[in-house]
Design a protein around this ligand. Sequence first.
Ligand SMILES: *Cc1c(COP(=O)(O)O)cnc(C)c1O
Length: 377
Amino acid sequence: MRKKTKLIHGGITGDEATGAVSVPIYQVSTYKQEAVGKHKGYEYSRTGNPTRHALEEVIKDLENGEAGFAFSSGMAAISSVMMLLSAGDHIILTDDVYGGSYRLMNKVLNRFGLEATFVDTSNLSEVKNAVKANTKMIYIETPTNPLLKITDIQEIATLAKEKNLLTVVDNTFSTPYWQTPIDLGADIVIHSATKYIGGHSDVVAGLAVVKTIELANGLHFVQNSVGGTIGPQDAWLLMRGIKTLGIRMEEIEENTKKLVSFLKAHDKVTKIYYPGLPSHKGHDIHLEQASGFGGMISFDVGSGELAEKVLKKVKYFTLAESLGAVESLISLPAKMTHASIPAERRAELGITDGLIRISVGLEDVDDLIEDLQQALE
Ligand SMILES: *Cc1c(COP(=O)(O)O)cnc(C)c1O
């Protein structure tokens, strides 16, 4: 099955009992048992719910894994995956991971004895040097936020296998439509489904897909024990979003390319970050491991003053955190998503005060270009 077909026909389609072509929302907590322990596969909705199950099946199919799991948020998915580990274990993470993941490791899971080291995972020798006797997992994001740094998934997975470590990829930015890390050797893939998978700024959710039966059993045990599960209504909204993921990603890609060309030619734009540019570091690696570049662009306008003016003047770009929606979003990482990082560290990373991040949506691209044009004047 090709990808666009899988988005429609993957997982579980429709309802056998009624012929409904959309999976019903099973708004239910418990299930009648015919005799003690005799049931139709569902006992209690934290353990399993048919609507959630249908979503878990389709994301499993899309990521080519063994089993899928749906959570109440991306962070719930990430926390649950971390709970596969134990006190005393060490994890190596991409240095510019999502801020919430950084906070989870440094302010919450550290208190439970999980140790984290953040390195530039686009540099394999840095990763190698960070491996210790108690290392159990390498956790990467590619492309990253907001500088869209690229890590070679296959290279990391090969190293991880040699050292008997798990490879985990947060695939939120690329989505399974463009990138399937399990095919490249990863063990676990995570999504903030709040972003492209949901795609309509109307649901907060997380997904995880694992490669083996052992990991599936382990993660189901955690999911049921910890209980950060998604509700049936949100699961249904994600399935609805998934059906159009392909056309949304294709159209976003077209819009993004045109916006990049416009920004590249603009004299007030001093630097532009987009994996689709041949000059972008890691462009060749991304091209090998993914079939599209996504809808995230970061660009520098030279000063925080101009950046704030642009954000104030745009009409069609909504000033908001988050990404991956039908509406274009604009943000200022230094003052918003990355404000908690000390200014010095931000400067080291290249997250300047003049750096603007946009998540390209599905508006007419000529309106988006005209909008940025007037805002940059
Ligand atoms: C938003 C995001 C998360 C967290 O997901 P929530 O759904 O907000 O909990 C994790 N990783 C990445 C890359 C994200 O963009």
